[in-house]
Write a protein that binds this ligand. Structure first.
Ligand SMILES: Cc1cc2nc3c(=O)[nH]c(=O)nc-3n(C[C@H](O)[C@H](O)[C@H](O)COP(=O)(O)OP(=O)(O)OC[C@H]3O[C@@H](n4cnc5c(N)ncnc54)[C@H](O)[C@@H]3O)c2cc1C
Length: 305
């Protein structure tokens, strides 16, 4: 079967791209193997018209709306490999191999959860990456920011911004990096406290964080933690060998969103640190439009249009 576009990944990025391409009457295969990145979260927030929707329901609505477009097929299947060149890609699924003129990667990122006791269980429940997504619901509570060395450059704005949601903010550095005295002074002037001893355990009751235990024996009361665990690309993207930036995100050109491999595009979390469902959806829509322009111009050059 020859598709105009095979989309890999059925999160907000892939679903939005499939919608735009379906409306443009392009023959599309959307493949999603799961699990989704926000699987641990109870609700999606900060997505206009969908604020507070459970992530599973969000995807069901997206899939249901695609059913109205007969040229779009959505399947729960994993893409194992991609070979070939622009205009003639071979896309190997778990069950069969299909052909595609273009491929759009919307595979998200994998979060490498921190090896701290309690972290995995609390991820998405009391530990979040973004206060816009999960800040309002826990405003005025005891917040902590579990900063890693990689967070050093945005420690100051992130911690100061957290004060907009609550007066009670503690930064945990686990001694992983030195905080310049000037940064410390600015944060302490805003009432933000510091704990530099390594975090050894997260104490929870009935699935909710209560305190952070440190190696020096201190227990710091804390109800919500923000953390940015390291992320990696999924195996498929790594195997493809598309160029990545210094932070490990797929490089795309700003307008077309094409990767370093001609004919392969990328949209959503895998291309940026600025990760949010609505941002991924927007990138999916933009990329779909660019792919549609290219496919149309190809028809013009071949004389078919
Ligand atoms: C705990 C948590 C809570 C969050 N809460 C919010 C929130 O409230 N609001 C908000 O805006 N954002 C939130 N986010 C961020 C949001 O989930 C992401 O920004 C968004 O899901 C990115 O969409 P995406 O389409 O790029 O990727 P994803 O949603 O990650 O979708 C990628 C999909 O690709 C699939 N896939 C990967 N490889 C393959 C393959 N080889 N074959 C087939 N399928 C494959 C994956 O299984 C996955 O389903 C949260 C994130 C986390 C971790």
């Amino acid at each position: 079967m020859l598709y105009d576009v095979v989309i890999v990944g059925g999160g907000p990025g892939g679903l939005s791209a499939a919608l735009a391409l379906g409306r443009a009457r392009k023959r599309v295969l959307l493949c999603d193997s799961g699990p989704r990145r926000n699987a641990a979260a109870e609700h999606i927030h900060n997505f206009v018209t969908r604020d507070g929707t459970p992530p599973g329901e969000f995807r069901q609505i997206g899939r249901r709306q695609l059913e109205g477009y007969p040229s779009v097929e959505a399947r729960d299947v994993r893409v194992e490999s991609i070979s070939g060149t622009r205009g003639a890609f071979r896309v190997e699924l778990t069950s069969e191999t299909v052909d595609a003129r273009r491929v759009l990667l919307c595979t998200g990122m994998i979060d490498e959860l921190l090896p701290i006791e309690g972290f995995r269980e609390l991820w998405g429940q009391s530990i979040f990456q973004c206060p816009y997504c999960h800040g309002w619901e826990v405003k005025d509570r005891r917040w902590g920011y579990l900063a890693r060395a990689a967070d050093a450059s945005h420690l100051l704005p992130f911690a100061l911004m957290a004060r907009g949601w609550t007066r009670d903010v503690v930064v945990f550095t686990s001694g992983a990096f030195d905080v310049p005295q000037e940064t410390r002074d600015r944060l302490e002037a805003a009432g933000i406290r510091f704990e530099t001893a390594p975090v050894t355990r997260l104490v929870a009751r009935e699935g909710r964080l209560e305190a952070v235990e440190l190696s020096n024996g201190t227990t710091v009361p804390c109800e919500v933690l923000y953390a940015h665990p390291p992320q990696r690309q999924v195996d498929l993207v790594r195997a493809l060998g598309v160029a990545l930036d210094d932070d490990g995100y797929v490089r795309v050109d700003a307008m077309k969103r094409e990767t370093s491999i001609p004919g392969i595009y990328a949209a959503g979390d895998l291309t940026t640190r600025m990760q949010a469902a609505i941002a991924a959806a927007s990138m999916g829509t933009q990329t779909a439009a660019m792919i549609n322009v290219e496919l149309t111009m190809e028809l013009v050059s071949s004389g078919a249009l």
